[in-house]
Design a binder for this molecule. Structure first.
Ligand code: SF4
Length: 208
């Protein structure tokens, strides 16, 4: 078996395990199983969101509704076409099943530390198999995987860093429920982040 087909088979195995996974339910968390992700081991860019929402769960694809519309508006400014990105690059999240509504009723429940730990093995496998050159960290939970949680978004958005030979670019969560990206003063930082994505994408795909 060639290296490429070995990777593809390993990715198919991983996706099959993800589809069957009920670890959070078995641990007593009130999640809605149907792990949401997309992409193949051939991707060069990986995006990591927080957790799917209800529309992502129902449609079976990441960043499906309003969040996706806004995210792909930002990525379009970085030279990324949504259809191309969805069909060729990898989309994952910190936890992959819809966590339900928050008990306060406003927005979706934030996955607990235990759920993040349960799902981390899959994310680590995805990153190892895809071996992306660029990772887009979308929202605080994803950003916290690689950047100090004590730093404010204002200190993180518009920066990037290299870890294990790959570039990491933090982006704010594009949800309409998130206020950060709606504050005019933060638009300059968002523009800087989009500029960084554009530079990295040009390096990886010079002909795009
Ligand atoms: S969130 Fe992750 S670990 Fe939890 S049940 Fe879904 S796939 Fe499994």
């Amino acid at each position: 078996m060639s290296l490429a087909s070995g990777k593809e088979q390993a990715m198919r195995d991983l996706h099959a395990r993800l589809h069957k996974c009920r670890l959070c339910l078995e641990a007593g968390y009130d999640i809605y199983p149907r792990a949401i992700f997309s992409g193949s081991s051939e991707a060069r860019i990986m995006s990591i969101g927080q957790a799917p929402g209800i529309t992502e769960k129902e449609a079976g694809r990441p960043f499906n509704a309003g969040s996706g519309t806004r995210l792909f508006q930002w990525l379009a400014e970085a030279g990324i076409d949504e259809d191309w990105y969805r069909s060729t690059q990898y989309m994952s999240s910190v936890t992959k099943c819809y966590p339900g509504r928050s008990s306060s009723g406003s927005g979706d429940r934030v996955p607990s530390r235990a759920e993040k730990q349960l799902c981390r093995q899959y994310l680590d496998e995805e990153i190892a198999l895809v071996d992306p050159q660029l990772i887009l960290l979308i929202g605080r939970l994803a950003i916290n995987l690689y950047f100090p949680s004590g730093l404010s978004l204002a200190k993180l958005i518009g920066t990037h860093k290299q870890v294990d030979g790959r570039w990491l670019v933090p982006l704010p969560h594009p949800s309409g429920a998130s206020r950060w990206h709606q504050i005019a003063a933060n638009r300059l930082l968002l523009d800087q982040a989009i500029g960084l994505v554009r530079e990295h994408v040009k390096q990886i795909f010079p002909d795009l």
